[in-house]
Ligand binder design. Structure first.
Ligand SMILES: [Zn+2]
Length: 310
């Protein structure tokens, strides 16, 4: 009961390091960050669940696994953030000019925790950023492209959004990718849906296997995780290439057509939205990504299509 309730309320007991497990043999380091948005405690529950099991599997673990809370104070209060979005303004420039504002303090402290894990690392370092969304939908991954990135991320049987990072400035996962880590961010489902915790825990197991921290043959959780995530994907493509962003302003009077999930296939010519210019229809068969159903925002939706590498 407490676990289920904890999905929707603040986590009074959370601190920066949720846990750390090191195996007897050298290997990769996997860092998971949970709750960069304080209204998304699902990642914290998933991290704690996986940590509990990793502790039992310690003898078979390679390298180190570190799970960190993102916005600690916002998680305690159950708020998305206190003064500003902690998943923006990740750059060397911003980190060099942090103030005593709440999210600046969090960003500095989180950075030191990640750097400490990187300093201890004796192998490749991976970072997974765990999120949930306000709208329901299947879990999906956002990642920056690259050879090492693909080797890590393509293990996940969820829709992988290729090219979305180019439209979002200053995210945590992209910043640490540029600093040499292999990273992705995952949206695990709706904030208060207990299945989101299952999805994010499953993503962690697949990531641990893909990074090389655990052997899937010795860890039944990995197979279960693959099956769970594969089932959640349904008919959506594995790899979705993001082609365009529908930028909007309040003057556009943009209204999304009802009924689109976070990722929704659309047929050529299908009505997607309306604005002061009239109807907006799908230019070809493709996928509507992150449609805007709230009053505020400058992204009406993103438009993509199945990528051949899927
Ligand atoms: Zn988030």
């Amino acid at each position: 009961m407490d676990e289920a309730r904890g999905v929707t309320v603040g986590l009074a007991d959370v601190s920066r390091e949720l846990g750390r497990v090191a195996g007897p043999t050298a290997g990769p380091t996997l860092i998971a960050v949970a709750g960069v948005h304080g209204n998304e405690p699902g990642g914290v529950h998933a991290a704690r669940r996986v940590l509990g099991r990793l502790d039992e599997l310690r003898g078979a673990l390679r390298g180190e696994v570190v799970m960190l809370a993102g916005n600690v104070e916002a998680l305690r209060q159950g708020r998305r953030y206190l003064a500003r979005d902690l998943n923006r303004r990740w750059s060397d420039e911003a980190l060099a000019h942090l103030t005593d504002a709440p999210e600046d303090v969090e960003q500095g402290d989180l950075t030191r925790a990640i750097e400490a894990a990187v300093a201890r690392a004796r192998g490749e370092v991976f970072l997974v950023d765990l999120h949930t969304t306000s709208a329901p939908g299947v879990p999906f991954v956002i990642f920056g492209d690259g050879e090492r990135q693909r080797r890590f991320v393509f293990a996940l049987p969820v829709p992988l959004l290729l090219g979305l990072v180019a439209h979002i400035d200053g995210t945590l996962a992209e910043y640490w990718r540029r600093r040499g880590l292999v990273t992705f961010a995952i949206e695990g489902g709706q904030h208060d849906d207990p299945r989101s915790v299952d999805n994010l825990a499953a993503a962690l197991w697949v990531a641990l296997a893909s990074a090389g921290n655990v052997a899937p043959s010795a860890t039944p959780e990995c197979d279960d995780a693959m099956r769970l995530l594969d089932g959640r994907r349904g008919a959506l493509p594995r790899v979705i290439e993001v082609l365009a962003r529908r930028a909007i302003t309040a003057d556009d009077r943009f209204v999304m057509e009802p009924g689109f999930a976070n990722l929704a296939p659309a047929r050529a010519g299908q009505l997607l939205a309306r604005d002061r210019g009239g109807e907006i229809r799908a230019p070809h068969d493709g996928v509507v990504i992150l449609p805007l159903y709230q009053a505020l925002g400058s992204d009406g939706y993103f438009w993509g299509r199945a990528h051949p590498s899927g």
